[in-house]
Design a binder for this molecule. Structure first.
Ligand SMILES: Nc1ncnc2c1ncn2[C@@H]1O[C@H](COP(=O)(O)OP(=O)(O)O)[C@@H](O)[C@H]1O
Ligand SMILES: [Mg+2]
Length: 384
């Protein structure tokens, strides 16, 4: 990966994407840092939440490497409560793991990547939890050719990302930890409490180096966090990541990310702010079961996440750029919304139609131009 220019990679990891910001922050804040950390706790929070438009300047006497800017504004990445990020950073500096829980699409994975990149310079030491995850994937395996040829020698050991993180004093990430079987999850108990991993085949106990910790994520929609063993729960500090509270912030994020997605294909985003605004408001109404005006809305069974909203905004942008003109964007909205809503339960189409006959219609009657046009597109939602 290191020899591939970032621009050719579809989804570069944050340590690559934000390499300049990370290097800058390293020199900007020379204060004390927890052992093994790349940045100070304060600089980690600034990296994740941004500098709020402030242009940070390198202190006098700093000797940055060639090519590093002398001043830089740090972009906002995670949108939301700074307190969540501060508490997460404090947890990582301590002796307990960090568990980010929440609905799907609330940026738990993104936050865990950003934190790992800022704290240890890499977000790559990751295990993706699934029903098929084995203990080996959290501990270690063997290169069988070497094992047969030479027996259990250190070079035949294939460390899991968790063991690699322990040895290097870095942050390991375990995605969707509650999807793993409970007995597999429990492999983490001894790792987090003893900070050691025994390898009986080598007669060795590998100790975690300073800087090691674990960030796990868990979706509330999955088989429950409640089913995690009490022993494992005690090894984690829980941090709940809620959907973005502020509508203006959510619209700004969706716009920014849709623009970024379009920039990757070398096109501007040809979707009006009014259309993006209506899209975000529709997502929020259906997510929360309540319109911004306080009218009640029947919630579909699907998760109407910000991540999903960003994807729709990007798709609308692509569609307009490749197939249509600007006027088309609003016309695309009901179809895309139906595509998100109608996934699991056929009754969700009815729920979306009810939203149209309720909130959308009422807004149209109150002469909101975008909503009046949307109301007129109701037929798109009907079964053909
Ligand atoms: N609070 C937020 N801040 C920034 N991006 C967010 C936020 N909530 C959702 N997103 C969007 O969701 C995407 C990340 O979703 P992801 O991290 O995969 O969610 P999760 O792991 O919670 O399911 C981001 O790339 C961004 O587009
Ligand atoms: Mg995730």
């Amino acid at each position: 990966m290191s020899d591939t220019p970032a621009t050719e990679v579809q989804a570069p990891p944050p340590e690559l994407l934000h390499a300049t910001e990370l290097a800058f922050l390293e020199h900007h804040d020379a204060g004390p840092r927890p052992p093994g950390w790349r940045l100070t706790p304060r600089a980690v929070v600034t990296f994740v939440c941004g500098s709020g438009g402030e242009i940070l300047k390198l202190p006098k006497g700093a000797r940055p490497p060639d090519g590093l800017p002398k001043q830089l504004a740090i972009r906002e990445k995670f949108v939301g409560d700074r307190g969540i990020v501060e508490r997460s950073v404090v947890t990582l500096a301590g002796e307990r793991g960090l568990l980010l829980v929440g609905e799907p699409g609330t940026a738990k994975s993104m936050l865990s990547e950003l934190l790992a990149a800022a704290v240890s310079g890499t977000s790559a030491l990751t295990v993706q939890g699934t029903a098929g995850t084995t203990e080996d994937q959290l501990r270690y395996g063997w290169n069988y050719a070497l094992l047969l040829a030479k027996g259990p020698v250190p070079e035949a050991l294939v460390p899991s990302p968790v063991l690699a993180a322990m040895r290097a004093g870095k942050v390991a990430r375990v995605e969707e930890v509650t999807r793993c079987l409970p007995e597999v999850q429990d492999a983490l108990v001894s790792i987090l409490s003893d900070r050691r991993m025994a390898v009986p085949e080598l007669g060795e106990v590998m100790a975690a180096h300073k800087g090691f910790n674990v960030i796990a994520t868990a979706n509330l929609r999955d088989r429950g966090v409640s089913e995690m063993s009490a022993a494992l729960k005690r090894r984690f500090n829980f941090e709940t990541v809620p959907p973005i509270a502020d509508v203006a912030q959510e619209i700004a994020l969706v716009k920014r990310q849709a623009e970024a997605a379009m920039a990757k294909v070398g096109e501007p985003l040809r979707v009006d702010d009014a259309v993006l605004g209506a899209l975000v408001v529709a997502f929020r109404d259906l997510r929360s079961g309540k319109s911004v005006e306080g009218w009640s809305v029947e919630k579909p069974s699907t998760v109407m996440s910000t991540a999903e909203c960003v994807a729709v905004a990007g798709s609308m942008g692509m569609h307009v750029s490749y197939f249509g003109d600007k006027a088309d964007a609003l016309g695309l909205l009901p179809g895309f919304l139906l595509g998100v809503v109608l996934k699991d339960d056929p009754k969700d189409r009815g729920r979306l139609l009810a939203y149209w006959d309720g909130a959308v219609k009422r807004r149209a009657e109150e002469k909101a131009a975008v909503w009046a046009k949307l109301a007129a597109l109701r037929a798109v939602l009907e079964e053909t």
